[in-house]
Design a protein around this ligand. Structure first.
Ligand code: DGL
Length: 259
């Protein structure tokens, strides 16, 4: 059985972890979130690379990790080359699902909903140029949505009117997207609410594609039948993090520790 590290700034990576663990339930999962530097979408590129590399390296060395999933689009757009050059284990990243969106759209208008950091990256613009030529791609970077997803995970009710207001430019008038890419791993956690305020719009994310990639890299180990384990780690074990202990148990992460 493999030790798999899933890494994000906060709770968003749980949307990827859920898909990977569903496909590969027998492995040992270490869900690590860098809450000391949350939100990643507002960090400078160098600060983001530095904190990702330091935290992931520490986790890999301390827990004999076999494979890392950077379950964060914002980090994946910038930190993967440095991580891969330093680690001698597979590092899987998350790419916004622009390619499938370009196939699914009927109107030719796609929305990319991500963090301000992801929206600003050259990487994202290259992805659009390569995989959605001839399509109109609307871009929206929102840290407010990331914070709402964190609140939902902590057990708070989400106000649909707030969400409706954030998404209004894509739901009112003409030229609205018919496919929206959830290009931040926090956003699938708000899928039901987003679907309620954007009726008729197809919402897609990359969770199942990441799970397929991990299964491919681990080969036959996908067939192991024993039950795996899950534990969580954070970079700042404060009162707010302590409150996440109970919700994390519901995700199969039985304890929370400081990195
Ligand atoms: N979950 C992250 C992503 O996929 C980052 C959110 C944040 O910390 O801003 O982009």
């Amino acid at each position: 059985m493999a030790n798999i590290l899933m890494f994000d700034s906060g709770m968003g990576g749980l949307s990827v972890y859920r898909e990977v663990r569903r496909v590969l339930p027998a492995h040992h999962y270490f869900y690590c979130f860098d809450n000391a530097h949350f939100p990643y979408g507002e960090l400078s590129e160098q600060a983001l690379i530095d904190t990702c590399v330091a935290t992931v390296e520490q986790m890999v060395n301390a827990h004999a990790i076999d494979l890392v999933v950077i379950a964060c689009n914002t980090a994946s757009t910038i930190a993967l080359p440095e991580l891969r050059s330093r680690l001698c284990i597979p590092v899987v990243g998350v790419v916004p699902a622009i390619k499938p969106a370009a196939t699914l759209t009927h109107s030719g208008c796609i929305g990319l909903l991500a963090t301000p950091g992801t929206i600003a990256r050259d990487y994202t613009h290259q992805l659009i140029a390569e995989f959605a030529p001839g399509k109109q791609v609307l871009l929206k970077g929102s840290t407010e949505l990331v914070v709402l997803a964190e609140r939902k995970l902590a057990g708070e009710e989400i106000d649909l009117e707030t969400l409706r207001g954030i998404m209004a430019p894509w739901t009112e008038g003409s030229g609205c997207p018919d496919v929206v890419v959830l290009g931040c791993t926090h956003f699938p956690l708000l899928r039901e609410e987003l679907a309620a305020v954007m009726p008729g719009v197809t919402l897609i994310d990359s969770g199942s594609a990441v799970a397929r990639r991990v299964a491919h890299l681990l080969g036959d180990s996908a067939q192991i039948e024993s039950q795996g384990t899950g534990v969580a780690f954070c970079t700042r074990l404060d009162a707010a993090a302590e409150k996440l202990k109970a919700p994390l148990v519901n995700w199969g992460l039985t304890s929370l520790h400081a990195v």
